[in-house]
Structure formats: structure tokens, C-alpha cells
Design a binder for this molecule. Structure first.
Ligand SMILES: [Fe+2]
Length: 159
């Protein structure tokens, strides 16, 4: 994969390979869970990814790819944790979420460590991280606005 080939050291390349394998396994776990529930797989919009890409722009370096992946994985973990907090989710969904979350936490942590290592060598990396964080914040604010409009209460509206 592109990200793996771009990696400039063996440990990072290994981690990225394991990461890509995890994501493929997660897709399979969801497929199994949906099947167990007699559900159907449908294509869905990914508004977070789309907006994040718009705000950050096309990543042009490994550092940018890592920073963008890191903010997005963090949000993924947050979302899985929120879902796990819901009391009455089916057992199969809870089990799948728990299994996946374990991997996702590792994704966030190895990318974070890698970015910190790179930032020590090159202070400009911190700017890339900050840009990714800003793109993520803008994305979340826009998604909150979209959700509020959907509920008829755009943010900034008078109560
Ligand atoms: Fe992940």
C-alpha cells in the first residue's frame, strides 16, 4: 500500500503493515457481525473523512499522512467508546466494538509516538500536527452544525 511504501524505517513499515491488516480484519469482523444480525451491508457517506480531507488538503508527505491518520484514528476511538456507552446495544455489536477498539487504541498510540519522534528531529513536524488538529476541530464543528440543522437548532441560534 502507498502509506507502507512511503515509510522510511523498518519499524514504521512493520507498524503500518500491521495497521492495514487490522483495518481489513475490522471490515471482516463487521461483515460477520452484520451477518449474525441478519443485516445488510450498505454504502454510507463518510462525512468526517470528506470534510477532514477538504480542510487539510491532499497530504503531500509521510508526515502529513501520519498526522492526518492520527487525528482521524483518535476520533474513531472516541466514537467507538461512545457507542460502547450505549446500554442496550446487541451483544454481537458490543463484542465487535471492544475487539476493534483495542486495535484502534494501538493505532493512535504508535502513530503518536512516531510523530513525537519525528517532531524531536524536525520542529516543523509540530506545525503539521497542529494543522491536522485544526482541520479535525473545524470538521467536528461543521459536523455539529450539520447535526444541529438536522434537529432544527443550528448552533448560534437564539434559544
Ligand atoms: Fe484504525
Amino acid at each position: 500500500m502507498r502509506l507502507g511504501r512511503l515509510a522510511d524505517d523498518v519499524e514504521l513499515r512493520n507498524n503500518l503493515s500491521r495497521h492495514l491488516r487490522d483495518e481489513a480484519v475490522h471490515a471482516w469482523l463487521w461483515t460477520k457481525a452484520i451477518r449474525e444480525m441478519d443485516g445488510h451491508i450498505v454504502e454510507v457517506d463518510e462525512p468526517y473523512q470528506t470534510l477532514l480531507g477538504q480542510h487539510f488538503g491532499i497530504p503531500r508527505s509521510l508526515d502529513e499522512l501520519l498526522a492526518l491518520t492520527w487525528v482521524s484514528e483518535r476520533r474513531g476511538c472516541e466514537q467507538y467508546e461512545e457507542h460502547l456507552d450505549v446500554q442496550d446495544i446487541p451483544t454481537v455489536i458490543r463484542r465487535t466494538l471492544r475487539g476493534i477498539l483495542k486495535d484502534e487504541i494501538w493505532h493512535v498510540s504508535y502513530i503518536n509516538e512516531e510523530l513525537q519522534r519525528r517532531a524531536l528531529r524536525d520542529p516543523r513536524i509540530q506545525d503539521v500536527i497542529d494543522r491536522a488538529l485544526a482541520a479535525d476541530e473545524r470538521t467536528m464543528a461543521e459536523l455539529a452544525d450539520i447535526a444541529a440543522v438536522g434537529q432544527g437548532t443550528p448552533s448560534g441560534a437564539q434559544a
